[in-house]
Design a protein. Structure first.
Length: 560
């Protein structure tokens, strides 16, 4: 270890495979390949920032060139090769930053340099960090050497953007996807380092560091470094102080805010948020924590305290679990959608603080929609994107129209299409025999049964029935009727009944088509409702209300 380095992320940088945390599978695989002398031409390490890609690359380089061999890899008393690699000045181990050397000329120089064997080590090794920054031409120039390098040459690539690397390059490498370090493992790691540094930091503050770092060891060490430098060693860094330092707030404040939202206490909700905002919490941080807590409220029954990534302590976890039993899960899903929408709005709103306040107010009113309050406005997705409005009242109380009711729906405005059963009973062929086509409606049913949808459409929309008798149908029609309709209907009737049917065209106007009847019926119902006292009461309360669709009330519900 470089004891002279003051930055914790470098001071405690792993020097051997045993020092790595969270990458046991990759470390064991690489160790075995080197031990059995089955070394690939190139290694490719990918993953998020700060999980050990470059560190692992250096450990591999030391393992390949250590004077003592991989089984006795230097730990404290470093050999000449390990010391030079650790200090990044080994003549045969070249570290290159692809972000600053992206061109094909840089790669050509690299290939030219690779023609010469190692000077003092067993292998000549090229470590290329952020390799995805190389240009397309540079990758192409590298392909041949990468596939068939000299025995003494090895490549080690590291990247955070694996998708930007051509598949032709990836296929020539032994790829290792380094994972985020688990919360418990990272917590134990930084706690040991805190003790080595004689830091006075509480476990709750360390858990907050683990949460913020999101599985990145470097981020966790940098935050710990910042925490240790903030306060005197004689004073413990507790959770509230750590939250102020890192711009995070106590989750119990957010849980209290949730409770106030569901109690519809608008003033208290706004005051609670303003307290959080005054602590220096950014609106985006607040929204993301709000989303996280929504997830816990929705899925708390399937979680345990260890699976929350140290976001919650025991008391907060138990409190959420108790509160979630009283919260409607549908409301939580709606809250999630509104919160995601607000996160998008923050990108275009100049004063994000005001946007958050309006967001919280909307949640309160959204919660009121889902509860048994005096007036419930329920909006459903129905055919043609029409709306259904249901006005309900409590028992023995008056609704907003001053009409008493006993837990009954006073009025509904629905699409006429809803009059049909959304799941109609399936008609089976055994339930309907061809010799029972005794009416025009029977004929339409038979078309549905036999999957003759085109005939059914013509009968319902373009045909006006004049008369229907046994094996004889007289009709009139409009100009949209298909030219082959008479022929097709006659053929199908014979196939179904094994009898000849006579279909005649009449000059008489005939009955309205089935669709026309439905429109006439709907218009009659709408006119009746417009003339009703109930609708007039609505217009008094909502002058710009407009009646669009109507559905008859069930027989067991009293009409106005």
């Amino acid at each position: 270890m470089n004891k002279n380095t003051k930055v914790l992320a470098l001071k405690y940088r792993p020097q051997t495979f045993n020092d790595l945390i969270g990458q046991d599978v990759a470390a064991e695989t690489i160790y075995n390949s080197i031990q059995t002398n089955k070394i690939p031409n190139a290694y490719l390490f990918t993953g998020i920032r700060g999980i050990g890609k470059t560190t692992t690359a250096r450990i591999v380089a030391k393992s390949l060139n250590c004077s003592n061999g991989i089984e006795n890899l230097c730990k404290k008393d470093l050999c000449e090769n390990c010391l030079a690699i650790t200090n990044s000045n080994h003549i045969d181990v070249l570290e290159m930053d692809a972000a600053s050397k992206t061109g094909v000329d840089d790669v050509r120089d690299l290939i030219e340099f690779s023609r010469y064997g190692p000077t003092s080590a067993k292998y000549k090794i090229f470590i290329i960090d952020e390799v995805h920054m190389l240009s397309k031409q540079a990758f192409n120039a590298l392909l041949k050497t990468l596939e068939e390098p000299p025995e003494y040459l090895k490549f080690i690539f590291a990247t955070t953007e694996i998708k930007k690397i051509p598949i032709t390059v990836v296929s020539r490498c032994q790829r290792f996807d380094l994972s985020r370090v688990k919360s418990k493992e990272l917590f134990d790691f930084i706690k040991v380092i805190k003790d080595k540094e004689n830091g006075n930091v509480s476990d709750d503050a360390l858990r907050l560091i683990v949460k913020i770092s999101e599985g990145s060891v470097r981020d966790a060490l940098s935050l710990l470094d910042r925490a240790l430098l903030t306060l005197d060693k004689n004073k413990e860094l507790d959770l509230p102080t750590a939250q102020k330092i890192f711009g995070y707030f106590d989750k119990s404040q957010l849980i209290n805010l949730f409770q106030l939202i569901f109690e519809a206490k608008e003033i208290q909700v706004l005051n609670s948020y303003r307290e959080i905002y005054n602590q220096g919490v950014e609106p985006k941080v607040f929204i993301n924590d709000f989303l996280e807590l929504l997830y816990y409220f929705k899925n708390i029954e399937s979680l345990n305290i260890g699976s929350t990534n140290f976001s919650l302590n025991d008391s907060e976890f138990n409190r959420i679990k108790e509160m979630s039993k009283k919260i409607d899960k549908e409301s939580l899903i709606l809250f999630w959608q509104f919160t995601i929408k607000t996160l998008e709005e923050l990108e275009v709103v100049s004063n994000q603080h005001l946007s958050i306040e309006m967001f919280l107010i909307r949640l309160i009113h959204l919660k009121g929609i889902k509860t048994n309050s005096e007036t419930i406005l329920k909006r459903d997705d129905i055919q043609n994107n029409n709306e259904e409005v249901t006005l309900s009242t409590k028992k023995n109380e008056k609704d907003l129209f001053g009409i008493k009711d006993n837990k009954q729906t006073i009025g509904q405005i629905k699409n006429v299409a809803q009059e049909k059963d959304p799941k109609p009973k399936e008609i089976k062929e055994t339930d309907f025999q061809p010799n029972l086509i005794n009416s025009f409606d029977d004929l339409i049913i038979m078309c549905s049964l036999k999957k003759e949808m085109k005939l059914k459409y013509e009968l319902e929309k373009n045909v006006n029935l004049v008369s229907f008798e046994k094996q004889r149908i007289e009709i009139s029609f409009n100009e949209d009727l298909d030219k082959e309709f008479i022929k097709n209907l006659s053929t199908k009737l014979y196939d179904w009944t094994k009898e000849r049917w006579i279909i005649t065209l009449s000059k008489a106007k005939g009955e309205p088509s089935k669709i026309e009847k439905e429109k006439i019926l709907k218009n009659q119902l709408i006119d009746d409702v417009r003339n009703s006292s109930f609708y007039k009461e609505i217009l008094k309360k909502i002058p710009d209300a407009e009646l669009v669709d109507i559905k008859k009330l069930s027989k067991d519900i009293k009409n106005d």
